[in-house]
Design a protein around this ligand. Structure first.
Ligand SMILES: Cc1cc2nc3c(=O)[nH]c(=O)nc-3n(C[C@H](O)[C@H](O)[C@H](O)COP(=O)(O)O)c2cc1C
Length: 370
């Protein structure tokens, strides 16, 4: 191991994260208490995904809103028993119970709320205290500027950091199908655009807004490349799925280990956003236009119209995370096919940090990604 370069802290307000890695929030129940706590125990930032956080057995007579808010609270309290380090929560703006979930996160004193899948324009109103850091996820400088201008005008507040997610990420993507299939958009170009914009905001308001690169970051060399570009850290999802501590079923992880590059496809989700998934029989059915009728139990996504949706995305993702892959599918980033083993979070983070350190101390420029 090359010890000559120390990894810089990712500093978000008073929060110091080292190595400068955020584990991306992964629903449904892929990043829950166990994964998030294991990541935070290594000094990186573990993130619980708020979507669908309740357990079916505990639904009883509760409404979806109450059940999922209670589920998130329970997961955060469990995480607290597993780590003393900061934990964050990912709450997607697209969720119908967004406000409830943000409120639970604040009441449970999470260190940060990371919020994308839409523009989190109301977030500062829901989180009056600056103790909880607010981190929007954006896919363009334009989205960053809309958020910064709107937050400043209405709340005299700015984001504590920005996650910039490119088109290689897992989950729902912040690009149109046309953008995805057109001239390739690189994460480097999106990050550079946001960095340029952020510099103007920093100069105008005399603040520091760290930019965090996400989507396809796979190795420690990738991390070093984005640090050299000017990012303050990275957010990684896919690599954390194949860890012992990841909360999804072993069958979910096996789908990652078994997939080839060609098996990773993008399809339109019921809310008309591109979603990267691993091809299986369920995905084939969706791609061929076949419908899986369902009774909506959740009303979880604001823009979902159950009557015209080809399938229930909440059921599909939840089934997959418990290992019922014939009735759902796995979402992943574009690099999932490169993973060939299950590792511990400790091993993975040590490997990433060592590689990154080596690249930062190497005299020549870092190599291009594979
Ligand atoms: C299995 C999986 C589930 C995800 N779920 C969510 C989610 O619930 N909310 C969200 O904002 N992002 C979600 N993402 C995106 C991640 O938080 C992260 O930003 C992204 O995956 C980074 O790209 P990478 O997977 O190539 O590292 C998910 C990603 C994966 C792989």
């Amino acid at each position: 191991m090359n010890q000559t370069a120390e990894l810089p802290d990712l500093v978000i307000g008073g929060l110091h994260i080292n190595p400068p890695i955020i584990q991306g929030g992964m629903g449904v129940l892929v990043s829950s208490s166990r994964l998030a706590a294991a990541v935070s125990n290594e000094g990186a930032l573990g993130v619980v995904a708020a979507v669908g956080a309740g357990e079916e057995a505990e639904r009883k007579n509760l409404s979806y809103r109450d059940w999922s808010a209670q589920g998130l609270r329970k997961i955060l309290r469990k995480a607290r028993t597993l780590t003393d380090n900061p934990i964050a929560v990912n709450v997607m703006c697209a969720l119908s119970n967004y406000e409830d979930l943000v409120r639970v996160a604040v009441e449970e004193h999470v260190a940060a709320i990371i919020s994308g899948a839409g523009l989190p324009l109301k977030l500062p109103e829901l989180v009056p205290s600056t103790e909880t850091k607010l981190i929007p996820v954006v896919s363009s400088a334009r989205a960053a500027s809309i958020i910064c201008r709107s937050w400043w005008k209405k709340y005299r507040r700015l984001p504590d950091a920005l996650v910039v997610e490119g088109p290689s990420a897992g989950g729902h993507l912040g690009f149109s199908m046309r953008e995805i299939s057109g001239v390739p958009i690189t994460l480097e170009s999106v990050v550079s655009g946001v960095l340029d914009y952020v510099k103007t905001v920093e100069a105008e308001h005399d603040v520091r807004i760290p930019v965090i690169a996400a989507g396809g970051v796979f190795t420690g060399s990738d991390i070093a490349r984005f640090l050299k570009l000017g990012a303050s850290g990275v957010q990684m999802g896919t690599r954390f799925v194949c860890t012992e501590e990841c909360d999804a079923s072993p069958l979910y992880k096996q789908a990652y280990l078994d997939c080839a590059k060609e098996d990773i496809v993008i399809m339109e989700s019921p809310v008309k956003l591109p979603l990267r998934v691993i091809r299986n029989a369920f995905v084939e059915k969706v791609l061929s236009g076949e419908k899986t009728p369902f009774r909506c139990n959740y009303h979880c996504l604001r823009n979902c119209v159950p009557d015209s949706s080809p399938y229930c995305i909440a059921n599909a993702l939840k089934n997959a995370s418990v290992g019922l892959l014939s009735e759902g599918f796995v979402t992943c980033g574009s690099n999932a096919y490169r993973i060939d083993r299950i590792t511990s979070v400790k091993e993975l983070i040590a490997e990433l940090a060592d590689e990154c350190r080596e690249q930062l101390s190497a005299p020549s420029s870092v190599s291009a990604p594979a």
